[in-house]
Design a protein around this ligand. Structure first.
Ligand SMILES: Cc1cc2nc3c(=O)[nH]c(=O)nc-3n(C[C@H](O)[C@H](O)[C@H](O)COP(=O)(O)O)c2cc1C
Length: 157
């Protein structure tokens, strides 16, 4: 079974999880990056990122050699921003064709996962969501990381 992990990460938590999952499962890893970088200052990030997420912005992303049809399972990870999907992931969910693909969703968060997973599910249309999970900042919480690795192993079969 061929698995891909597609993720966006600004401060490393989702990336830590995605990389650990790829190591555990042997999945191919695809990082999403916006063409326009996020500001460096924390306050500016929160305002701009939160606004972008809330207003469902879809920023341009750098090209990646990811083709959903090449994979049996696709794991998609996003940080929770303003209670929902990070904008770069919103772009990816509408840009790539996930029709009839088996996808599994994860989010990382600081306080609460809120509506992140349901918002992703809604955008995926006819894809089959075979699982989902959310974890509190895996870079700082080893238990979260272990749980995500176990979850990914189950998804990847
Ligand atoms: C712009 C922005 C908005 C955020 N909004 C939320 C939120 O609404 N709820 C929450 O629990 N955490 C929120 N966070 C914290 C992140 O979800 C959390 O730190 C996540 O693990 C970051 O993933 P990353 O390190 O891969 O970027 C926010 C962080 C940023 C930068």
């Amino acid at each position: 079974m061929k698995t891909a992990i597609l993720y966006y990460s600004l401060t490393g938590n989702t990336e830590t999880a995605a990389k650990a999952m790829a190591e555990t499962t042997g999945a191919d890893l695809f990082a999403l990056e916006t063409i326009k970088p996020m500001p460096k200052r924390f306050f500016c990030r929160i305002i701009l990122g939160g606004f972008g997420a809330r207003f469902k912005k879809k920023p341009a992303i750098k090209p990646i050699a990811f083709t959903p049809a090449n994979y049996d399972r696709i794991i998609i990870g996003t940080p929770t921003w303003a209670g929902t999907i990070a904008p770069a992931v919103r772009t990816a969910l509408t840009k790539f064709d996930f029709t009839s693909r088996s996808v599994a969703l994860f989010s990382t968060f600081a306080g609460a996962p809120s509506e992140t997973i349901s918002a992703m599910t809604e955008l995926l249309g006819t894809a089959t969501v075979i699982g989902s999970t959310s974890a509190k900042e895996p870079s700082k919480n080893p238990d979260s990381l272990v749980a995500l690795k176990l979850w990914a192993a189950e998804i990847a079969g």
